[in-house]
Design a protein around this ligand. Structure first.
Ligand code: PLP
Length: 231
């Protein structure tokens, strides 16, 4: 009897951990900006990823190579896998055959390594350069000087199997939303400058669950949202 009473309460939880209505609302919010949703699936189960896939989400972001590989094995092969976390050079070989976009390139050495493995697989790998825009010391990424030094280097032209498609950044983890807005606006400015150098660049990856609306207002066209999508 007690179980029968509880059943309707328990069922929604059994049915899955994704927030269908929230996800649909987020997709609607992105439309006027022509922005792409990268569903950040790190730490989530294969079942959660399958549920997102059923809803029509086919771009998944993971921050660890070791976690991405088994998930990719278990899921349909029309998913675009994006690496959003720090990438060690010795891990590049595992993702080179399939990765759709690497958001977290922050050194020339890493670009060279990606190029080398892309070449082995006869691919061109799209990369975003990760910029350090937050106040925290801990976040990875380059500053503008490092970025332009790298772009001026003649060796960059030799990397024929990578394509620099844009920039990525993470704002400070703070309640001061004016601060967050300034950081996104700064990244947008760098992005606009970069377009003079590299007419190919078109992706500005900024915004997560807590700050994606500000990011969109400041020119983001790719948001990386995780926790908001899950119950
Ligand atoms: C985890 C993560 C996200 C998503 O963060 P949420 O707050 O869960 O939306 C976005 N980008 C990167 C680089 C992440 O590691």
């Amino acid at each position: 009897m007690l179980f029968a009473l509880l059943l309707p309460v328990l069922l929604p939880n059994f049915a899955g951990m994704i927030r269908t209505e929230v996800i649909q609302a987020v997709l609607e919010e992105l439309k006027p900006y022509n922005a792409t949703l990268v569903a950040v699936t790190k730490t989530r189960s294969i079942e959660d990823l399958q549920a997102l896939y059923q809803l029509g989400l086919h771009i998944f972001g993971e921050n660890r190579v070791q976690e991405m590989l088994p998930k990719r094995e278990a899921l349909p092969n029309d998913i675009q896998w994006h690496l959003i976390g720090h990438l060690q050079t010795n891990k590049v070989k595992y993702i080179a055959p399939f990765i759709a976009l690497i958001h977290s390139v922050d050194s020339f050495k890493l670009l060279q390594e990606i190029n080398k493995h892309a070449q082995k697989h006869n691919r061109t790998i799209a990369c975003l350069l990760q910029m350090h825009i937050a106040q925290e010391e801990t976040k990875f990424g380059m500053d503008e000087r490092e970025l332009f030094t790298m772009l001026e280097s003649p060796e960059l032209l030799e990397l024929e199997n990578i394509r620099i498609a844009g920039l990525m950044g993470m704002a400070s983890n703070t309640d001061d939303m004016q601060q967050v807005r300034r950081e996104f606006a700064g990244l947008r400015q760098t992005f606009e400058k970069l377009k003079y150098w590299l007419p190919d660049i078109h992706i500005l990856s900024m915004g997560m669950s807590n700050d994606y609306r500000i990011a969109l207002e400041e020119g983001s066209n790719m948001v990386r949202i995780g926790s908001k999508l899950f119950a």
